[in-house]
Design a protein around this ligand. Structure first.
Ligand code: GTQ
Length: 376
Protein backbone atom coordinates (compact mmCIF):
# COMPACT_ATOMS: atom_id res chain seq x y z
CA UNK A 1 0.00 0.00 0.00
CA UNK A 2 1.43 3.37 -0.95
CA UNK A 3 -0.39 6.19 0.77
CA UNK A 4 1.35 9.11 -0.88
CA UNK A 5 0.49 8.31 -4.46
CA UNK A 6 -3.22 8.72 -3.75
CA UNK A 7 -2.95 11.80 -1.61
CA UNK A 8 -3.25 14.29 -4.46
CA UNK A 9 -6.50 12.84 -5.68
CA UNK A 10 -9.22 14.50 -3.65
CA UNK A 11 -12.05 13.43 -5.95
CA UNK A 12 -14.17 11.03 -3.97
CA UNK A 13 -13.48 12.86 -0.70
CA UNK A 14 -16.23 14.76 1.09
CA UNK A 15 -16.46 18.36 -0.12
CA UNK A 16 -19.92 19.71 0.71
CA UNK A 17 -20.21 23.40 1.63
CA UNK A 18 -22.68 24.44 4.34
CA UNK A 19 -25.92 26.07 3.17
CA UNK A 20 -28.73 27.23 5.48
CA UNK A 21 -30.80 24.31 4.22
CA UNK A 22 -28.03 21.78 4.96
CA UNK A 23 -27.31 23.25 8.39
CA UNK A 24 -30.99 22.92 9.30
CA UNK A 25 -30.95 19.38 7.96
CA UNK A 26 -27.89 18.48 10.09
CA UNK A 27 -29.75 19.85 13.10
CA UNK A 28 -32.70 17.56 12.42
CA UNK A 29 -30.36 14.59 12.03
CA UNK A 30 -28.62 15.44 15.31
CA UNK A 31 -31.96 15.44 17.11
CA UNK A 32 -32.43 11.87 15.91
CA UNK A 33 -28.95 10.97 17.18
CA UNK A 34 -27.63 10.59 13.65
CA UNK A 35 -25.35 12.56 11.37
CA UNK A 36 -24.42 12.95 7.70
CA UNK A 37 -21.24 10.97 7.03
CA UNK A 38 -19.85 13.59 4.64
CA UNK A 39 -19.56 16.08 7.50
CA UNK A 40 -17.11 13.83 9.35
CA UNK A 41 -15.72 11.46 6.70
CA UNK A 42 -12.44 13.27 6.09
CA UNK A 43 -11.80 13.38 9.83
CA UNK A 44 -12.68 9.78 10.65
CA UNK A 45 -10.91 8.38 7.60
CA UNK A 46 -7.57 10.21 7.49
CA UNK A 47 -5.17 9.65 4.60
CA UNK A 48 -2.69 8.23 7.06
CA UNK A 49 -2.51 7.64 10.81
CA UNK A 50 -2.88 10.88 12.72
CA UNK A 51 -1.70 10.59 16.29
CA UNK A 52 -3.10 12.88 18.94
CA UNK A 53 -0.03 12.06 21.04
CA UNK A 54 3.01 14.30 20.78
CA UNK A 55 6.63 13.18 21.09
CA UNK A 56 7.82 13.81 24.66
CA UNK A 57 11.11 13.36 26.50
CA UNK A 58 10.82 12.94 30.28
CA UNK A 59 14.24 13.73 31.74
CA UNK A 60 15.00 11.65 34.81
CA UNK A 61 17.06 14.41 36.38
CA UNK A 62 13.95 16.62 36.32
CA UNK A 63 11.54 13.94 37.57
CA UNK A 64 13.55 12.05 40.16
CA UNK A 65 13.28 14.49 43.06
CA UNK A 66 9.53 14.85 42.54
CA UNK A 67 9.09 11.09 42.48
CA UNK A 68 11.06 10.76 45.73
CA UNK A 69 9.03 13.56 47.29
CA UNK A 70 5.84 11.49 46.96
CA UNK A 71 7.30 9.18 49.65
CA UNK A 72 6.94 12.00 52.19
CA UNK A 73 3.47 12.91 51.01
CA UNK A 74 1.56 9.60 50.73
CA UNK A 75 1.90 6.00 51.89
CA UNK A 76 1.47 3.01 49.55
CA UNK A 77 -1.43 1.92 51.80
CA UNK A 78 -3.30 5.18 51.22
CA UNK A 79 -2.30 5.69 47.60
CA UNK A 80 -2.77 2.04 46.55
CA UNK A 81 0.08 2.53 44.12
CA UNK A 82 2.48 5.42 44.78
CA UNK A 83 3.16 6.43 41.21
CA UNK A 84 3.85 9.60 39.24
CA UNK A 85 2.43 8.93 35.79
CA UNK A 86 3.63 10.25 32.46
CA UNK A 87 0.96 12.45 30.96
CA UNK A 88 1.23 13.09 27.24
CA UNK A 89 -0.15 16.60 26.50
CA UNK A 90 -2.25 15.13 23.66
CA UNK A 91 -3.64 12.26 25.75
CA UNK A 92 -4.53 13.76 29.10
CA UNK A 93 -8.15 12.67 28.75
CA UNK A 94 -7.11 9.01 28.92
CA UNK A 95 -3.99 9.35 31.13
CA UNK A 96 -1.77 7.88 28.44
CA UNK A 97 1.95 8.40 27.96
CA UNK A 98 1.46 7.76 24.25
CA UNK A 99 -1.37 6.27 22.18
CA UNK A 100 -3.18 3.73 24.34
CA UNK A 101 -0.22 3.03 26.64
CA UNK A 102 0.12 4.19 30.22
CA UNK A 103 3.40 4.61 32.06
CA UNK A 104 4.45 5.83 35.50
CA UNK A 105 7.34 5.90 37.94
CA UNK A 106 6.67 3.96 41.14
CA UNK A 107 8.77 4.53 44.25
CA UNK A 108 9.11 2.41 47.34
CA UNK A 109 11.22 2.62 50.45
CA UNK A 110 12.78 -0.37 52.28
CA UNK A 111 10.16 -2.29 54.21
CA UNK A 112 7.27 -0.86 52.19
CA UNK A 113 4.91 -2.93 50.06
CA UNK A 114 1.92 -2.26 47.81
CA UNK A 115 -0.97 -4.66 48.31
CA UNK A 116 -1.88 -7.45 45.90
CA UNK A 117 -4.41 -6.80 43.19
CA UNK A 118 -5.39 -8.06 39.75
CA UNK A 119 -6.77 -6.30 36.69
CA UNK A 120 -7.58 -6.77 33.04
CA UNK A 121 -4.75 -4.46 32.08
CA UNK A 122 -1.41 -6.10 31.28
CA UNK A 123 1.54 -4.61 33.13
CA UNK A 124 5.30 -4.61 33.22
CA UNK A 125 8.05 -2.98 35.26
CA UNK A 126 11.53 -1.88 34.30
CA UNK A 127 13.79 -1.34 37.30
CA UNK A 128 15.55 2.03 37.40
CA UNK A 129 17.38 2.26 40.71
CA UNK A 130 17.61 0.92 44.25
CA UNK A 131 18.23 -2.39 45.96
CA UNK A 132 15.95 -5.09 47.32
CA UNK A 133 12.91 -4.59 45.06
CA UNK A 134 10.66 -7.57 44.43
CA UNK A 135 7.45 -8.40 42.65
CA UNK A 136 5.18 -11.35 43.39
CA UNK A 137 3.08 -12.65 40.47
CA UNK A 138 0.51 -15.37 41.25
CA UNK A 139 2.62 -16.61 44.17
CA UNK A 140 5.93 -16.45 42.26
CA UNK A 141 8.36 -14.05 43.93
CA UNK A 142 11.14 -12.37 41.98
CA UNK A 143 13.94 -10.19 43.34
CA UNK A 144 14.64 -7.32 40.92
CA UNK A 145 17.72 -5.30 40.03
CA UNK A 146 18.42 -2.31 37.79
CA UNK A 147 17.49 -2.89 34.14
CA UNK A 148 15.57 -6.10 34.93
CA UNK A 149 12.26 -6.35 33.12
CA UNK A 150 9.34 -8.09 34.83
CA UNK A 151 5.83 -9.02 33.65
CA UNK A 152 2.63 -8.84 35.65
CA UNK A 153 0.31 -10.20 32.98
CA UNK A 154 -3.40 -9.47 32.70
CA UNK A 155 -5.46 -11.23 35.34
CA UNK A 156 -2.56 -12.20 37.61
CA UNK A 157 -2.39 -11.28 41.29
CA UNK A 158 0.58 -9.00 41.76
CA UNK A 159 2.21 -6.95 44.47
CA UNK A 160 5.50 -5.16 44.84
CA UNK A 161 7.76 -4.15 47.66
CA UNK A 162 11.29 -3.47 48.83
CA UNK A 163 13.01 -5.70 51.39
CA UNK A 164 13.66 -4.08 54.77
CA UNK A 165 17.44 -4.15 54.21
CA UNK A 166 17.21 -2.71 50.68
CA UNK A 167 17.57 0.86 49.41
CA UNK A 168 14.81 3.15 48.00
CA UNK A 169 13.68 1.80 44.63
CA UNK A 170 12.21 3.47 41.58
CA UNK A 171 10.89 1.55 38.64
CA UNK A 172 8.92 2.32 35.52
CA UNK A 173 5.48 0.78 35.20
CA UNK A 174 4.03 0.15 31.76
CA UNK A 175 0.39 -0.82 31.29
CA UNK A 176 -2.27 -0.92 28.60
CA UNK A 177 -4.86 0.75 30.87
CA UNK A 178 -5.96 3.29 28.19
CA UNK A 179 -6.43 0.50 25.63
CA UNK A 180 -8.42 -1.69 28.01
CA UNK A 181 -10.59 1.31 28.91
CA UNK A 182 -11.07 2.18 25.23
CA UNK A 183 -12.26 -1.38 24.72
CA UNK A 184 -14.50 -0.97 27.80
CA UNK A 185 -13.14 -4.22 29.15
CA UNK A 186 -11.50 -3.31 32.44
CA UNK A 187 -12.05 -5.31 35.65
CA UNK A 188 -10.10 -4.67 38.86
CA UNK A 189 -10.00 -6.56 42.13
CA UNK A 190 -8.11 -6.36 45.41
CA UNK A 191 -6.72 -9.58 46.91
CA UNK A 192 -8.94 -10.72 49.82
CA UNK A 193 -5.88 -11.00 52.12
CA UNK A 194 -4.10 -7.94 50.61
CA UNK A 195 -1.00 -10.17 50.45
CA UNK A 196 -0.31 -13.34 48.49
CA UNK A 197 1.15 -16.55 49.82
CA UNK A 198 4.43 -17.35 48.10
CA UNK A 199 3.65 -20.73 46.57
CA UNK A 200 6.72 -21.44 44.42
CA UNK A 201 10.50 -21.28 44.88
CA UNK A 202 11.85 -17.74 44.43
CA UNK A 203 12.66 -17.04 40.77
CA UNK A 204 11.24 -20.40 39.63
CA UNK A 205 9.98 -18.90 36.35
CA UNK A 206 13.55 -17.91 35.47
CA UNK A 207 14.90 -21.32 36.58
CA UNK A 208 12.37 -23.21 34.45
CA UNK A 209 11.76 -21.02 31.42
CA UNK A 210 14.72 -18.67 31.36
CA UNK A 211 17.36 -20.87 29.72
CA UNK A 212 18.06 -19.56 26.23
CA UNK A 213 16.68 -21.95 23.60
CA UNK A 214 15.83 -24.66 26.11
CA UNK A 215 12.32 -25.56 27.10
CA UNK A 216 11.38 -27.69 30.11
CA UNK A 217 10.08 -31.17 29.30
CA UNK A 218 6.54 -32.08 30.26
CA UNK A 219 5.58 -28.68 31.57
CA UNK A 220 2.40 -27.43 30.02
CA UNK A 221 1.52 -23.76 29.65
CA UNK A 222 -1.77 -22.66 28.19
CA UNK A 223 -1.94 -19.01 29.30
CA UNK A 224 -1.91 -16.26 26.67
CA UNK A 225 1.23 -14.71 28.15
CA UNK A 226 4.81 -15.79 28.78
CA UNK A 227 5.54 -18.27 31.61
CA UNK A 228 8.86 -16.46 32.04
CA UNK A 229 8.07 -13.41 34.17
CA UNK A 230 11.51 -11.89 34.65
CA UNK A 231 14.10 -11.01 32.00
CA UNK A 232 17.38 -10.14 33.66
CA UNK A 233 19.65 -7.39 32.44
CA UNK A 234 22.87 -9.47 32.46
CA UNK A 235 21.81 -12.15 29.96
CA UNK A 236 19.89 -9.58 27.90
CA UNK A 237 22.92 -7.34 27.50
CA UNK A 238 25.19 -10.33 26.77
CA UNK A 239 22.79 -11.49 24.05
CA UNK A 240 22.83 -8.06 22.42
CA UNK A 241 26.64 -7.86 22.51
CA UNK A 242 26.99 -11.35 21.04
CA UNK A 243 24.43 -10.61 18.34
CA UNK A 244 26.33 -7.41 17.46
CA UNK A 245 29.39 -9.54 16.71
CA UNK A 246 27.41 -11.77 14.38
CA UNK A 247 25.23 -9.24 12.60
CA UNK A 248 25.23 -5.69 11.28
CA UNK A 249 21.87 -4.98 12.90
CA UNK A 250 19.32 -2.79 11.16
CA UNK A 251 19.83 0.72 9.79
CA UNK A 252 17.12 2.09 12.12
CA UNK A 253 17.78 0.31 15.39
CA UNK A 254 21.21 -1.35 15.14
CA UNK A 255 20.84 -4.60 17.14
CA UNK A 256 17.32 -4.92 18.51
CA UNK A 257 15.96 -8.01 20.25
CA UNK A 258 12.41 -8.69 21.33
CA UNK A 259 11.74 -10.18 24.73
CA UNK A 260 9.80 -13.32 23.89
CA UNK A 261 7.41 -15.86 25.32
CA UNK A 262 9.60 -19.01 25.28
CA UNK A 263 6.59 -21.22 24.46
CA UNK A 264 5.53 -19.39 21.32
CA UNK A 265 8.51 -17.23 20.37
CA UNK A 266 6.00 -14.38 20.19
CA UNK A 267 5.42 -11.29 22.27
CA UNK A 268 5.53 -11.50 26.07
CA UNK A 269 1.88 -10.53 26.58
CA UNK A 270 -1.21 -10.37 24.32
CA UNK A 271 -1.31 -6.58 24.16
CA UNK A 272 2.19 -5.37 25.09
CA UNK A 273 5.50 -6.24 23.49
CA UNK A 274 8.96 -5.19 24.66
CA UNK A 275 12.47 -5.05 23.33
CA UNK A 276 16.00 -4.00 24.18
CA UNK A 277 18.27 -2.53 21.55
CA UNK A 278 21.96 -1.77 21.53
CA UNK A 279 23.35 1.12 19.54
CA UNK A 280 27.07 0.55 19.05
CA UNK A 281 29.45 3.49 19.71
CA UNK A 282 28.97 6.16 17.05
CA UNK A 283 25.83 4.54 15.57
CA UNK A 284 23.81 6.95 13.42
CA UNK A 285 20.46 5.45 12.46
CA UNK A 286 18.28 6.40 9.54
CA UNK A 287 14.63 7.33 9.87
CA UNK A 288 11.53 5.24 9.46
CA UNK A 289 7.99 5.30 10.69
CA UNK A 290 5.42 2.69 11.54
CA UNK A 291 2.08 2.28 13.18
CA UNK A 292 1.96 1.55 16.90
CA UNK A 293 2.95 3.46 20.03
CA UNK A 294 6.38 3.10 21.61
CA UNK A 295 7.83 4.12 24.99
CA UNK A 296 11.59 4.01 25.44
CA UNK A 297 13.74 4.09 28.54
CA UNK A 298 17.47 4.67 28.21
CA UNK A 299 19.05 1.70 30.01
CA UNK A 300 22.60 2.76 29.19
CA UNK A 301 24.51 5.51 27.41
CA UNK A 302 23.86 8.90 25.85
CA UNK A 303 22.54 10.02 22.52
CA UNK A 304 19.59 11.60 20.80
CA UNK A 305 16.55 10.73 18.77
CA UNK A 306 14.86 12.87 16.16
CA UNK A 307 11.11 12.33 16.35
CA UNK A 308 8.92 14.11 13.82
CA UNK A 309 11.62 16.72 13.24
CA UNK A 310 12.28 17.38 16.94
CA UNK A 311 15.65 16.48 18.43
CA UNK A 312 15.54 14.95 21.93
CA UNK A 313 18.87 14.48 23.70
CA UNK A 314 18.72 11.61 26.16
CA UNK A 315 20.87 9.98 28.79
CA UNK A 316 20.54 7.05 31.17
CA UNK A 317 17.04 6.66 32.74
CA UNK A 318 15.39 9.27 30.52
CA UNK A 319 12.11 8.15 28.96
CA UNK A 320 10.70 9.23 25.61
CA UNK A 321 7.82 8.23 23.38
CA UNK A 322 7.33 7.77 19.68
CA UNK A 323 3.69 8.19 18.61
CA UNK A 324 2.17 6.11 15.84
CA UNK A 325 3.46 6.96 12.38
CA UNK A 326 6.01 9.51 13.68
CA UNK A 327 9.31 9.47 11.81
CA UNK A 328 12.15 8.62 14.17
CA UNK A 329 15.89 8.02 14.07
CA UNK A 330 18.35 7.24 16.87
CA UNK A 331 21.97 8.30 17.36
CA UNK A 332 24.56 7.13 19.91
CA UNK A 333 26.63 10.23 20.67
CA UNK A 334 29.53 8.36 22.23
CA UNK A 335 32.39 7.06 20.09
CA UNK A 336 33.54 4.66 22.83
CA UNK A 337 30.44 3.50 24.79
CA UNK A 338 27.39 1.67 23.54
CA UNK A 339 23.85 2.86 24.32
CA UNK A 340 20.88 0.62 25.14
CA UNK A 341 17.21 1.46 24.80
CA UNK A 342 14.51 -0.53 26.53
CA UNK A 343 11.16 -0.20 24.77
CA UNK A 344 7.61 -1.37 25.33
CA UNK A 345 4.86 -1.00 22.78
CA UNK A 346 1.50 -2.13 21.43
CA UNK A 347 2.99 -4.14 18.57
CA UNK A 348 1.09 -7.33 19.49
CA UNK A 349 -2.17 -5.43 19.04
CA UNK A 350 -1.12 -3.80 15.77
CA UNK A 351 0.19 -7.05 14.34
CA UNK A 352 -2.63 -9.33 15.43
CA UNK A 353 -5.21 -6.90 14.03
CA UNK A 354 -3.23 -6.57 10.77
CA UNK A 355 -2.75 -2.85 11.40
CA UNK A 356 1.04 -2.81 11.41
CA UNK A 357 2.60 -0.90 8.53
CA UNK A 358 6.12 0.43 8.20
CA UNK A 359 8.03 2.62 5.77
CA UNK A 360 11.51 4.09 5.50
CA UNK A 361 12.27 7.76 4.92
CA UNK A 362 13.92 7.74 1.51
CA UNK A 363 14.57 11.47 0.99
CA UNK A 364 17.57 13.36 2.30
CA UNK A 365 19.74 10.26 2.81
CA UNK A 366 17.15 8.86 5.22
CA UNK A 367 17.51 11.72 7.71
CA UNK A 368 14.95 14.22 8.91
CA UNK A 369 15.52 17.93 8.95
CA UNK A 370 15.62 19.08 12.57
CA UNK A 371 12.83 21.61 13.04
CA UNK A 372 13.25 22.13 16.78
CA UNK A 373 15.14 20.94 19.82
CA UNK A 374 12.72 18.96 21.99
CA UNK A 375 12.15 20.34 25.46
CA UNK A 376 11.11 18.15 28.35
O1 GTQ B 1 1.47 -1.77 40.13
O2 GTQ B 1 -0.23 -2.78 39.30
O3 GTQ B 1 1.56 2.54 37.66
O4 GTQ B 1 -2.25 -1.21 38.68
C1 GTQ B 1 -0.69 1.85 37.55
C2 GTQ B 1 -1.65 0.89 37.81
C3 GTQ B 1 0.98 0.44 38.55
C4 GTQ B 1 0.44 -1.77 39.46
C5 GTQ B 1 0.61 1.61 37.92
C6 GTQ B 1 -1.30 -0.28 38.44
C7 GTQ B 1 0.02 -0.51 38.81
Amino acid sequence: MKHDQYRENIAGRADVADTPELVAYYQQLAELKTGALWTVANKIEPWQPKSSSVPVLWRYRDLREHVLRSVELVTPEKAGRRVIYLNNPGRQDVAAAVGWLYSGLQVMHPGEAASAHAHSASALRFIMEGRGAYTIVDGHKMPLEANDFVLTPNGTWHEHGVEADGAPCIWQDGLDIPLVNAMEAGFYKVHPDLRQQITAPVDDSVALWGAAALRPHNLGWDKPYSPLFKYQWGPTYDALCRAAQASDGTPYDDVLMHYTNPVTGGHVMPTIGASMQRLRPGFVGTAHRHTGSFIYQVAKGEGYSIIDGQRFDWRERDIFCVPSWALHEHVNLSQSEDACLFCFNDLPVMQSLSLYYEEALLDNGGHQTILSEGKA
